[in-house]
Design a protein around this ligand. Structure first.
Ligand code: HEC
Length: 179
């Protein structure tokens, strides 16, 4: 084999090795972020039930939070993307139906909305909680009260999955994977 061919072979091998190292590093760092658990003190905010608060809660959900854009027009959840190389992202079912938040306490919901952390204490994938963190206790009580009045929708959504492209874009700061 001529010398130059040997060098090209070595260069390709080095390049492949570099790509493997970069991909492994991206996975190691992002997996650590995704699996990290967070604890917050229990919130004392409870869902409101009076009609003025429920009307305010509906306004906060539909006009301010635009929750239905990701959680579906019926708030029963929606799968928007399922591309293995990118990610599988689904807004969860926020109604009391099967697959929904019926068994979540008000404190669980507060943690998800203000802190972006799920029932398993891990970050929610692609839920923009940083936008909802400034909600006052009164607004939050109204919003939770309205969520509790939504007609139940039975819909189970798949678990989120994060592929290499979404991980790399997140590390680059170009994709809001975690709140
Ligand atoms: C940009 C899209 C987007 C918007 C807007 C959004 N969410 Fe989410 N939300 C998500 C995604 C995606 C998840 C699922 C995260 C996961 O499974 O890790 C989620 C999860 C949640 C959860 C946790 C429930 C569960 O079963 O995982 C709650 C509660 C929630 N959102 C409430 C809201 C409310 C209330 C609003 C409006 C004020 C809202 N979200 C707006 C994308 C969004």
């Amino acid at each position: 084999m001529p010398q130059w061919l040997r060098w090209i072979g070595r260069a390709i091998a080095a390049l492949v090795l570099l790509v493997v190292i970069v991909v492994a590093a991206v996975y190691a760092i992002t997996t650590r972020h995704i699996r990290q658990t967070y604890e917050f003190p229990q919130s004392a905010v409870r869902a409101a039930a009076d009609s003025v608060s429920l009307a305010r809660g509906r306004h906060l959900v539909e006009a301010i939070g635009k929750c239905q854009q990701c959680h579906g027009a019926d708030m029963g959840g929606e799968l928007w993307v399922d591309e293995p190389a990118f990610a599988r992202l689904a807004g969860s079912n926020l109604t009391g139906g099967r697959g929904g938040i019926g068994d979540w306490t008000d404190a669980d919901l507060e943690r998800a909305l203000r802190h972006g952390v799920g029932a398993d204490r891990r970050p929610l994938i692609f839920m923009p909680s940083e936008a909802f963190a400034p909600l006052t206790d009164g607004d939050l009580a109204a919003l939770l009260g309205y969520l509790r009045t939504l007609p139940p929708v039975d819909r189970d959504l798949p678990e989120p999955k994060v592929g290499p492209v979404a991980r790399a874009l997140y590390l680059k700061g170009s994709f809001p994977l975690l709140p």
